[in-house]
Design a protein around this ligand. Structure first.
Ligand code: ZN
Length: 355
């Protein structure tokens, strides 16, 4: 439109100078020309203005927009994976607990191990498991629960190659990503200006599962929710946000179906996805995706804590190969960029949530 107006203005000036030098007709055409020129300038300005609006609508997120350091989070992810498998009640889990506890305490978090026992699904023996709770601003009685599981599945049982189904399972995305996310989030908690305090909880025994049809999932979150109801603490959790499989290199976060179906939790999902839209993080997609059974079920259904699950269940992508519960769930298939984007959204949401 702009280009067309300029062309017709130019044509008018040309037709004026090609006239018979009649001063008044020249003046007439000159004034008309100036009017057209002004109209063209006006249109150009209007265009630029709507261009700015368009840029706002289509804002694209840059890592420099957030203090959340996804590179550092990815460094933690690699460090956690370097331990090897972190199956509940094993030496790998113990090493991870040591590493994380020291890290959170160094940054000023108050760390408690919530110990409990479970029956090992293979041996039948009692084993000791532990959720790790990290409190920030413990004096604030209204709190937000930020959580993830930190144990890894015993074997990569979805491995396409049957000979690898008993190989070590590293769980870079399914396990380490949540713990690494919280390890980075810890840097931003001491200065969090909010009426809410924050508790990180790392759940043990989310998938101490050798046989999917036989063994129970969510041991840690179920224990946590039952304790919260049976021995109510002085504080109350207003919201719970669970993260799982958030480091996929090809991040796509659809709204999880259970979280959306609960009337008390749905506003939380919409608020987080709206925060992502405002930041220009397009990986939070405003459509429902999978219905996922995860630690948010016991938290919400037993603990009555409205809790949403932020999970990219298509790893790496829908209708592609599958890395979930396979030997391909390794740091190389995860990325700092994805962690940055999830971190930016959750941190911004934490900074703005008021009720
Ligand atoms: Zn899993």
């Amino acid at each position: 439109m702009n280009a067309k107006s300029t062309a017709s203005t130019k044509a008018l000036f040309q037709s004026a100078s090609a006239g018979e030098q009649n001063r008044s007709s020249y003046r007439f055409f000159a004034i008309l020309g100036i009017c057209f020129a002004l109209a063209a300038v006006g249109l150009a300005m209007l265009n630029r203005q709507s261009g700015t609006e368009a840029a706002q609508v289509a804002r694209v997120f840059k890592p420099s927009d957030t203090p959340f350091n996804g590179q550092r989070a990815y460094g933690f992810l690699k460090e956690i994976c370097a331990i090897g498998p972190r199956i509940a009640a094993t030496e790998g889990m113990r090493k991870q607990q040591e590493l994380l506890k020291a890290h959170f305490e160094k940054l000023g978090g108050r760390v408690t191990m919530q110990e409990f026992q479970a029956r090992h699904p293979e041996s039948g023996e009692r084993v000791n498991l532990a959720n790790m709770i990290v409190e920030w601003h413990p004096e604030r009685k209204n709190r937000i629960l930020l959580c993830a599981h930190y144990d890894t599945r015993p074997f990569p049982d979805e491995e396409p190659n049957p000979r690898l189904r008993k190989a070590p399972f590293i769980g870079a995305n399914d396990g380490a990503s949540g713990a690494a996310f919280l390890a980075e989030m810890a840097y931003h908690m001491p200065k969090l200006d909010s009426r809410f305090g924050v508790d990180f909880v790392l759940f043990d025994g989310e998938e101490l599962v050798y046989d999917g049809a036989r063994d129970p999932y969510f041991l840690g979150s179920e224990h946590f929710a039952r304790e919260y109801v049976a021995k109510p603490p002085e504080h109350r959790y207003r919201w719970g946000v669970l993260v799982d499989m958030i480091a996929d290199k090809e991040l796509q976060l659809y709204r999880e179906v259970n979280s959306m179906s609960w009337p008390d939790t749905r506003p939380l999902v919409l608020d987080i996805w709206e925060t992502a839209r405002q930041l220009g993080v397009r990986e939070f997609i405003h459509r429902n995706g999978h219905e996922v059974r995860d630690d948010h079920l016991p938290l919400r259904n037993i603990g009555r804590i409205p809790t949403c699950d932020i999970i990219d269940f298509d790893y790496p992508r829908p209708y592609g190969p599958n890395y979930w519960h396979t030997t391909k769930d390794i740091p190389e298939n995860c990325s700092a960029e994805s962690l940055t984007k999830v971190g930016a959204v959750i941190l911004a949401w934490l900074q703005k949530v008021r009720d």
